[in-house]
Design a protein around this ligand. Structure first.
Ligand SMILES: Cc1ncc(COP(=O)(O)O)c(C=O)c1O
Length: 471
């Protein structure tokens, strides 16, 4: 079934403006996959005790990105983040965590039984997107908790927002903490000045990146980079063995090797072309009336206070002034223009680009935007994402995540300890995490978020009836 669906999708004329980065283009796909699906036979090295071809691939990754050591991950950034956090923390350690981190970070905190202290990013008032983490807020948190061992930040985010990692690292290192950057969406950084700086070059100690999200590599492929001497390389190597399969796919590893060798040979030309395409796209959409694309066209002149830097390879198409919601706009892109996008939110659509996109992608997207821009009436009201405060925390995350509880109706949750997560998208931040106390303002914020069209969901599926709470 799945195979047939994949085949049908693969042979349809749909333009893939979403991950994976190879974009179904034959010239990047090579001859993968089945004929290359082998195991650790003689001459093919062993990922977890590498000294041959796989050691070469890992050295190439470290050289290209400028890290001290790189590990191949076959379980996505998820596996690398679980490994990094497990290696860097011990039970009870204090860790500063950006609240907009991916769920794998939260799961790692559950496993390590660390004590998280959360940092709220700024929120972009126009789109509701989570902005950067301010170095000043890191400093303030470290002054209050100087025994913090680790700072975890996502940069760039799913939507392309980068933080000032160099300043965050300066602050953290002054306090003796190390910095882990989740750059799952940043494997293309560091090769061209038209994109935000790579966190590896900004002084981060460990950086995790999904090759599959923005580069010509297959889904699940990722890199864990060790970038300093402040962390134990061997502990990280051991943790990668724990959180990745013991049968790593040679198809996936061949895909990473192919991607890295392509970068090695052609990165300058590939990124110059990508940058030119994005600049031409910016020029091409200047005369849009109702639609705008973050960082492009006329919008590129409006600096966002909440963003330290922005990756313009992520096309955030703001539909706020068009009278159409994000999902409605995405449906029209799909039906009328055969463009499938990565993600939709209340008032924007996220269309992914990568260095594998050629002229056709940008010209088709430009034509589609003008076709849809022309026929739309300006919206009567603008949509705002409600702001909410972090709820108080009583029980530790790891204890609460495993505790026995019971479903409680929404009205009766106030004052109870929640045992599940409640996420809001945008801004992609959990409003509640296990161990936190449900307060009346939190319930109001969740209701307001849901009412304004934000997607709210809970990890056990309780919302909107109630939550799974401690007995
Ligand atoms: C910010 C962030 N970190 C980590 C991940 C996990 O990456 P992967 O899907 O490669 O496991 C994602 C996935 O969407 C993500 O958005």
């Amino acid at each position: 079934m799945l195979e047939r669906l994949l085949y049908e999708y693969g042979t349809s004329p749909m333009l893939p403006m979403h991950t994976p980065g190879h974009k179904r283009r034959r010239e990047f796909a090579g001859n993968l996959p089945y004929s290359m699906d082998i195991t650790e036979i003689t001459g093919f090295d062993d990922l977890y005790n590498a000294s041959g071809v796989l050691a070469e691939t890992m050295s190439l990754a470290a050289r290209l990105y400028g890290s001290r050591r790189a590990f191949l991950g076959v379980n996505g950034s998820t596996g690398c983040l679980l490994a990094a956090i497990y290696a860097l923390l011990r039970p009870g350690d204090r860790v500063l965590v950006a609240r907009n981190c991916h769920r794998s970070v939260y799961h790692a905190l559950e496993i390590t039984q660390a004590q998280p202290v959360f940092l709220m990013p700024e929120i972009d008032s126009e789109t509701g997107i989570a902005g950067s983490i301010a170095p000043e807020s890191v400093e303030k948190a470290l002054i209050s908790a100087p025994d913090t061992r680790l700072v975890i930040v996502t940069s760039p985010t799913y939507e392309g927002v980068a933080s000032d990692i160099a300043s965050i690292c300066d602050v953290a290192h002054r306090f003796g903490a190390v910095v882990l950057v989740d750059a799952a969406h940043g494997a293309h950084l560091g090769f061209h000045p038209g994109f935000p700086e790579s966190p590896i070059r900004c002084g981060a100690d460990v950086v995790v990146m999904s090759l599959h999200k923005t580069m010509p590599a297959m889904t699940q492929t990722a890199l864990l980079h060790v970038c300093s001497g402040r962390v134990d390389h061997e502990r990280l190597a051991q943790a990668m063995r724990m959180f990745n399969t013991s049968s790593p796919s040679y198809v996936l590893m061949a895909s990473m090797d192919r991607c890295l060798r392509l970068l090695d040979r052609e990165k300058d030309a590939l990124f110059a072309r990508y940058d030119e395409n994005l600049s031409r796209f910016s020029e091409g959409i200047r005369d849009l009336k109702n639609l705008s694309v973050l960082g492009h066209g006329r919008d590129e002149e409006s600096r966002r206070e909440a963003f330290f830097a922005f990756d313009r390879g992520k096309l955030i198409i703001n539909t706020e002034k068009t009278g159409l919601s994000g999902p409605e706009f995405a449906a029209r892109l799909r039906a009328e223009h055969k463009i499938e996008t990565e993600m939709t939110s209340l008032a924007y659509v996220l269309a992914m680009t990568s260095l594998c996109d050629g002229d056709e992608t940008f010209s088709r997207m430009t034509s589609a935007l003008f076709a849809l821009d022309g026929g739309l009436a300006p919206a009567r009201k603008t949509i705002k994402t409600p702001v909410f405060d972090l709820p108080p925390s009583g029980t530790s995350l790891s204890e609460a995540a495993r505790a026995e509880g019971e479903p409680v109706s929404l009205e009766e949750t106030v004052g109870k300890t929640v045992l599940e997560y409640a996420w809001a998208y945008p801004p992609g931040i959990p409003v509640l995490i296990p161990g936190e106390e449900v307060t009346a303002p939190v319930i109001e914020a969740l209701r307001a978020l849901a009412k304004s069209g934000v997607t709210v969901y809970s990890s056990r599926g309780g919302w909107p009836e109630g939550f799974y709470c401690a007995k």
